[in-house]
Design a protein around this ligand. Sequence first.
Ligand code: ADP
Ligand code: MG
Length: 383
Amino acid sequence: MTGGFRAVYGRDPEGVWAAPGRVNLIGEHTDYNDGFVMPLALPQTCRVEASRRDDGVLRLHSSAAAGGVTEVRLDGLSPQGATGDRGGWAAYPAGVVWALREAGLQVGGADLHFESSVPTGAGLSSSAALEVATAVALDDLYGLGLRATRVAELCRRAENDFVGVPCGIMDQMASACCTAGHALYLDTRDLTQRQVPFDLAAQGLRLLVVDTRVKHALGDGAYAERRAGCEAGAAALGVRTLREVPIEELPAALDRLDARLRPLVRHVVTENERVAAAIRLLDAGETHAIGPVLSAGHASLRDDFGVSCAELDLAVDSANAAGALGARMTGGGFGGSAIVLVRAEAADEVSKAVDHAFAAAGHRAPRIFEAVPGAGAHRVRAS
Ligand code: ADP
Ligand code: MG
């Protein structure tokens, strides 16, 4: 899947790096509330071939984007759009270079060529894969010595402050820090983490991803609105973030909130508790038993947080009706993907049932594939 660099830039790259997309097992819309998440890396990655340049110029090319090579001067990079490409895809990697330099790191020019197998806009974090691939390539080429956690923080800064998307830290942490065969149990307050063995095959289980291939336009505004609601809820309760509300105090806390904020707060507090429940079950080797936890998480996102949609609900309901152990939307919502936990022997039947349900409802056919926890960002080869 490489070789594109030579065709674009007329020379060989100094190296090839890859960063994965992710699914989140449980812990949704908690990462901007200082809460807990548990993503795993997908085998699908964004690969970047890269070489340094010594003239202060950054050139960017993606096999997935029309419009050829984007060229920007490093000293002209600014979130105010001095590059003229704010809003376009090139803002993601350009924003990473900007964030690295803002942090005082000595990053010079580069030629970058991207080829990604992560579906874009499917809630599987193609944007974080693009950012993290850029960061690890430049880290290596310029000998920056960044730890994976720092890579994630700088990439999040790029997406928040340069691209202008107010995302939390989960996606970048997943792409930078996950390891094969594990889920990443992450406390987003201080970024402490634990690699949790997640060997589904050994337990006769499979995790399916159902990409609904829809992305409803209201998603962006709704995300900002939910975030603001969570902040208002925390303020009304006198805590810095909703993470600080213990589950035992939830009923009393809800009594103090107005009807608009109550369901948002209930989702975040119970979702943190579901992450805790899932981790207890995984640690006890009872992976199959997380199914109902996933389904309860979906109900909470649908009914309390209000970020599901007809296609996601259909994926979850049809999978569960066909014998899945549990299912939920994953990622921000309003389209994108759902995950389904199934016993291996039921996987085909459940996939077919979801396919049929989509056809019967007149929806576009979903893309269904298996998620085997893959590696976080890494160098693929020297050249
Ligand atoms: P998600 O991260 O869930 O896939 P986002 O909306 O956050 O969805 O990010 C998708 C955007 O990221 C695309 O619209 C595009 O601008 C950019 N992107 C991701 N991967 C690539 C790629 N390989 N080439 C060019 N742009 C990409
Ligand atoms: Mg994204």
